[in-house]
Ligand binder design. Structure first.
Ligand SMILES: NC(=O)c1ccc[n+]([C@@H]2O[C@H](COP(=O)([O-])OP(=O)(O)OC[C@H]3O[C@@H](n4cnc5c(N)ncnc54)[C@H](OP(=O)(O)O)[C@@H]3O)[C@@H](O)[C@H]2O)c1
Length: 324
């Protein structure tokens, strides 16, 4: 089979497409992969900058979609089923993958392989962020940073279905504003001056939740953009710097700064992934949550696809087509 491989930690440009042996499938669900998702951690992995540091050489990729080749008894999929799969940390960018049954889910017929390869990692993170950690209630307003990225577009797609009345997208360029609108944003503002724009468009009252995969120097303005009782969800740090918070701001306005570590939660709570999928799958199948509209790269262009996350040029979710 063909697979994407990282053999030295010199960034996305050093990634190669290679021939590897297919994995053995003992006790696992074996999936013939048609598309694989690309996420920000993949770019970090190519430089050894992610908290998870697999031994070299390794195959990157947290998620994929395809057709089940074989599955053990008791799995929620059988041979021939369309499926979406979570490798979680690495291993997804290969034409055949073998995974524990609890990490492979039936993919609704309405969702293409390319969209299916781009939904589990972000949608399950965002579902965990908004429900379990953020306590999103009906009618609330959600501000989304990095709104044209993978987590950002996922938050824009899911928040209304989970009860939000309004989503405000924060992006760096007008080009990315179009991506955020296509993902369903009610309003879009530029990162530069977002605090003032949000104050104006909420008549001074602020937002209930901030979804923040960016961090860096906008953190304090995010806290200032929250209504009393608001929650700032710490999802990631694509901006580079890990912000610090003066906790008097939390006290003064009854705010929560909330950590969102979905992978660690899912791995330490057996059955949680299945619970999440049981909530999201009907919404996806019914079209209440639209599938992602990924930017698709050929397998040969894997290095460019991963680089797009690192150099900030990615538009929406990025996905690799794994077969012609
Ligand atoms: N906590 C969890 O459980 C969990 C799960 C999955 C992912 N994550 C994290 O979530 C973050 C987002 O992942 P993603 O896949 O959505 O990434 P992505 O598609 O690249 O989107 C990230 C967004 O960050 C913004 N950004 C601001 N400064 C940037 C910079 N210097 N370089 C690159 N992007 C920058 C960009 O938007 P603008 O250009 O519009 O500013 C970009 O669209 C990552 O840190 C990832 O590790 C966390």
């Amino acid at each position: 089979m063909r697979a994407v491989q990282v053999s030295r930690l010199d960034g996305p440009e050093a990634v190669r497409v290679v021939e590897l042996d297919e994995p053995a499938g003992d006790g696992a669900v074996v999936v013939d992969v048609y598309a694989a998702g690309v996420a920000f951690p993949d770019a970090l992995l190519t430089r050894g900058l992610y908290q998870h540091k697999p031994e070299l050489p390794f195959v990157p990729g947290a998620e994929a979609a395809g057709v089940v080749r074989s599955a053990p008894a008791g799995a929620q999929v059988s041979a021939g089923d369309r499926a979406a799969a979570l490798t979680m940390l690495s291993g997804g960018m290969a034409q055949v993958i073998a995974l524990p049954p609890e990490q492979v889910f039936p993919l609704p017929d309405t969702v293409s392989f390319e969209a299916g390869a781009g939904l589990l990692f972000n949608d399950l993170t965002v579902h965990f962020a908004l429900t379990q950690r953020g306590r999103l209630s009906d009618g609330e307003t959600v501000l989304v940073h990095g709104a044209a990225g993978g987590i950002g577009t996922s938050a824009l797609r899911l928040a209304p279905a989970l009860g939000a009345a309004r989503t405000i997208a924060v992006v760096s360029t007008q080009d990315k504003a179009d991506i955020a609108r296509a993902a369903g944003a009610t309003d879009v503002v530029l990162a530069d001056g977002f605090k003032e724009a949000v104050r104006d468009m909420t008549a001074g009252s602020g937002v209930d939740i901030v979804v923040d995969p960016v961090g860096g120097d906008r953190f304090t303005d995010s806290l200032r953009s929250l209504a009393p009782g608001g929650r700032l969800l710490v999802v990631g740090f694509t901006g580079g710097d890990i912000p610090t918070v003066k906790v008097n701001r939390l006290l003064l306005n009854n705010l929560d700064a909330v950590g969102v570590g979905w992978g660690a939660w899912a791995m330490s709570h057996p059955g949680y992934l299945a619970h999440q999928w049981s909530q999201l799958q009907p919404l996806l199948a019914a079209g209440t949550i639209a599938p992602p509209q990924p930017e698709v790269y050929s397998l040969q262009r894997a290095a460019d696809a991963i680089a797009a996350l690192e150099n900030r040029s990615a538009r929406g979710k990025v996905v690799l087509r794994m077969r012609d």
